[in-house]
Design a protein around this ligand. Structure first.
Ligand SMILES: Cc1cc2nc3c(=O)[nH]c(=O)nc-3n(C[C@H](O)[C@H](O)[C@H](O)COP(=O)(O)OP(=O)(O)OC[C@H]3O[C@@H](n4cnc5c(N)ncnc54)[C@H](O)[C@@H]3O)c2cc1C
Length: 469
């Protein structure tokens, strides 16, 4: 049983830390991007050093007070928001934002957990390197949050997700001990891999305070195209063609349904739309090539091969970096348009690639039988990851459909599970999907997860209620 972070506890905690470290939580710590849950917090702690994080954790451990780690607050499954239970300490890493070092020749960068993803990417670029993790929320989300959720984004196809880009982690464990794991090594087989245990643990096994990250050489030649495809099956066949033409050079391959651009024209008419009448399905292909090759020529070849195979009917190849940016702006603003329209239920699912077309048609038909919904299905096709979001009909509010939200979610998740998929591809379980773990999770795996949690956090102070419920 945990205790609340009440006035007495907060005063004692503040007394042991530099002035200004402990504050009353401002509203931004108690809100989340889709406005679905409101958070609780006895105080917000804003440490500047790993030792201060350790002192806060030790105090919470001794007093049995819960801690909700907070990075940038962009998580989409309620992991950074605790709505029920004894008020926790919200532990924000935002002041720990230094890039501690860049080793360009080693392709390594060490950043503190509160560093914004965009700032880490900029620091890598300044050193002539690239940190390939790329999400639409990069201006707000933190490296600590990215690792805690094992974030994905648009470049997983080529460079992997946050886990694949992390070489080492410094973290504070539930008893306040500091795990000093900031290695810059590619190989280190010295026992259990605690780094990989902490990545994706959503703040339930430790507080990530810094990480050593893998950089890559940026591709010298880049280019992008939007290609109109017959449907998801044709899109997958086009991906196979692209990988055959430019092996290892397809940096992103994003599926976009017509409702993405339609929602943008309804909510954000200033976003430039490449097609006056958006096609039913298109893909955004992004290439990064070696010196001496032409991205436009490569995309032209793909367009021709796709046309000959009856996969592609129309398309636009970016003629400049600014047009390539326009294509990406279209893709990256779709989540904001979705937010403004207001989904009844949003799903971040992964499927084996060959199951994607069948899932999309089956789920569409089943939802049409249930009600008059608009579906915006888009995402990282190359990774088998769809954002499959269900909306009310045009002009209606999601509130009117609140009673159906659970049934919609179950229908979608059941279909995903039946096809060997995952009900959380890249966002995590947070507090929104804990019941899905019980429902769909392999019992032996769930039992092992509970045993790990009990061993590393026996009092249960770290992000209570997240992941395991
Ligand atoms: C517009 C938009 C687009 C997005 N696009 C993508 C996308 O393409 N791919 C993707 O994967 N996600 C995406 N997301 C989701 C979100 O940005 C990611 O989950 C991100 O990694 C969260 O980082 P954060 O710093 O905001 O974490 P928060 O939201 O603050 O926290 C997320 C979780 O991590 C825990 N946590 C945070 N910091 C730490 C830490 N230092 N130590 C331990 N635990 C911690 C929190 O307790 C919580 O459980 C998107 C979100 C938005 C709003």
């Amino acid at each position: 049983m945990l205790n609340p972070a009440d006035h007495r506890f907060v005063a004692e905690l503040a007394a042991g830390l530099p002035d200004g470290t402990i504050r009353a939580p401002e509203p931004r710590y108690l809100e989340e991007p889709r406005g679905r849950w409101a958070g609780l917090g006895g105080c917000v702690a804003l440490p500047r050093t790993t030792e201060e994080v350790a002192a806060i954790v030790r105090a919470c451990h001794a007093a049995r007070v819960g801690i909700v780690p907070w990075g940038g607050g962009t998580g989409l499954v309620g992991g950074q928001i605790m709505s029920e239970g004894p008020a926790p300490v919200i532990l924000s890493l935002e002041r720990m934002k230094a890039v501690r070092g860049v080793w360009a020749d080693e392709n390594v960068l060490i950043a503190e957990a509160g560093a914004k993803l965009a700032d880490v990417r900029a620091a890598a670029e300044a050193a002539g390197r690239m940190f390939p993790l790329s999400l639409a929320s990069e201006g707000t989300c933190s490296i600590g949050g990215n690792l805690a959720t094992n974030a994905g984004g648009v470049n997983v196809l080529r460079w992997g997700n946050a886990r694949d880009l992390c070489l080492g982690i410094e973290a504070v464990l539930a008893d306040g001990s500091i795990l000093a794991g900031l290695k810059r090594l590619r190989k280190d087989n010295t026992g259990y891999d605690l780094r990989n245990l902490l990545i994706g643990s959503e703040g339930t096994l430790g507080i990530i305070t810094a990480a050593s990250l893998r950089l890559v050489a940026p591709p010298p030649v880049t280019g992008a195209a939007l290609m109109v495809v017959g449907g998801p099956a044709e899109a997958l066949a086009l991906l196979a063609l692209a990988e055959g033409l430019a092996p290892g050079c397809v940096s992103a391959f994003e599926l976009i349904h017509r409702n993405g651009p339609v929602f943008l024209s309804e909510t954000m008419p200033d976003v430039r739309q490449p097609f006056a009448d958006p096609p039913e399905w298109m893909v955004l292909v992004d290439l990064g090539l070696p010196h001496g090759l032409s991205a436009a020529e490569m995309l032209e070849s793909l367009f021709e091969a796709g046309g000959e195979a009856d996969l592609v009917s129309d398309g636009l190849i970016a003629q400049s970096e600014s047009q390539r940016n326009d294509f990406w702006t279209l893709r990256e603003t779709i989540p904001e348009a979705n937010r403004l329209i207001g989904a009844i239920s949003s799903h971040d699912v992964a499927l084996p690639l060959s199951e994607l077309p069948g899932f999309i048609s089956e789920a569409g038909a089943a939802l049409a039988a249930m009600g008059d919904f608009r579906i915006n299905c888009f995402g990282h096709l190359g990774d088998g990851n769809l954002h499959y979001n269900v909306f009310p009909p045009k002009g209606a509010s999601r509130r009117a459909f609140a009673g159906q939200a659970n049934a919609v979610k179950e229908l979608v998740h059941d279909l995903v599970h039946a096809r060997g998929g995952s009900v959380s591809a890249e966002h995590g379980l947070g507090r929104a999907k804990t019941s899905d773990l019980t429902k769909y999770g392999d019992p032996a795996r769930v039992a092992a997860m509970r045993a790990l949690k009990a061993a590393l956090d026996p009092v249960g102070i770290l992000n209570p209620g997240a992941v395991l419920g």
